[in-house]
Design a protein around this ligand. Structure first.
Ligand code: C2E
Ligand code: MG
Ligand code: MG
Ligand code: MG
Length: 284
């Protein structure tokens, strides 16, 4: 009996090296327990308007606070959550925490928008737009305070249900962002089919682009593509002054990256904003 139980447990075990080294493993059943007991925390990374230096939004990024292994980043566990049918629960937990948080911050007078990452496999419940709409209304937020980021490479081949959900999200007034733009195989087709409001250029085309002709060309075309489509353009992975200067000179609207700030836990956010505004006021 014990052997059978062990076999069933092993079957759900996904062994992945964590950043601390190959000795640290992550298991699907551990992740399930972590989601249920709300050990998945949300960290926040600021998004800055290039023209005005104003803080305009934040991206919610999941972090697993493991009691022994420390913070485990999402590239270790998102895939496991998708594979074992836990992604919906995880997305719900991230949404619940981050909507509550941003509504508190907006009540303090910040007026910023929230971007949340959705896996394509988490976009299968047809009532998502309605559920999100009422969650937001109950928190006193407008639909345009929430942007759903979908990674283009993660969008499924059969897009009819996904397309339906995304279109209705847009009709309800939510923002829709095509994340990691340029890394998938069908970016342009997705842009044509889905009513995106934002194009988010993958960081591989942004960081160090000033010394790479190909990256520069891709960056330039992506920004002008966004302009032609009349949607926002965000550059992720801006790490240096040179990265900032380049995307600013190409007319990108919004910037996110270590040059501004790394993702941070909720408790560090308000002190960060205070410090950032002081520094920015001193400059202008
Ligand atoms: P993403 O949505 O493209 O998020 C941006 C990632 O780039 C984050 O990594 C962020 O920490 C990192 N980043 C931001 N600025 C810089 C920079 O200047 N330099 C460098 N080197 N990196 C930068 P993170 O938090 O490890 O997340 C990785 C990916 O995991 C995300 O990529 C997203 O696809 C996924 N993810 C994160 N949270 C969630 C979630 O709640 N649900 C789902 N479905 N996916 C999530
Ligand atoms: Mg994202
Ligand atoms: Mg991205
Ligand atoms: Mg990414």
């Amino acid at each position: 009996k014990d052997l059978l139980l062990q076999y069933l447990l092993d079957f759900r075990r996904e062994v992945k090296p964590s950043p601390q080294g190959p000795a640290t493993m992550v298991f699907a059943d551990e992740l399930q327990a972590a989601i249920i007991s709300e050990l998945i925390e949300v960290w926040y990374q600021p998004q800055i308007d290039v023209a005005t230096f104003q803080l305009v939004g934040i991206e919610a990024l999941a972090r697993w606070q493991h009691p022994e292994k420390g913070f485990i980043p999402p590239n270790i566990f998102i895939g496991i959550a998708e594979k074992y049918g836990m992604i919906q629960q995880l997305t719900d937990s991230v949404l619940k925490q981050s909507i509550k948080q941003i509504s508190e911050w907006n009540k303090m007078g910040f007026d910023i928008s929230l971007s949340v990452n959705f896996s394509a496999s988490g976009l299968c419940h047809l009532d998502i737009p309605e559920v999100l709409h009422s969650t937001l209304r109950n928190s006193g937020l407008r639909p345009d305070h929430l942007t759903i980021e979908v990674t283009e490479s993660a969008l499924p081949k059969d897009t009819s249900a996904t397309l339906d959900i995304l279109t209705r999200l847009r009709l309800k007034g939510f923002g829709l962002s095509i994340d990691d733009f340029g890394t998938g195989f069908s970016s342009l087709e997705q842009l044509r089919l889905i009513p995106f409001t934002e194009l988010k250029i993958d960081r591989s085309f942004v960081h160090h682009a000033s010394d790479n002709k190909a990256s520069q060309a891709i960056l330039e075309s992506s920004i002008s593509l966004a302009k032609r489509l009349a949607i926002h353009c965000v550059a992720e992975g801006v790490e240096t002054q040179e990265d900032w200067d380049l995307v600013a000179s190409l007319g990108c609207d919004i910037v996110q990256g270590y040059f501004i700030a790394k993702p941070m836990p909720a408790a560090e956010f308000v002190p960060w904003v205070r410090q950032y505004s002081k520094k920015h006021r001193a400059k202008s």
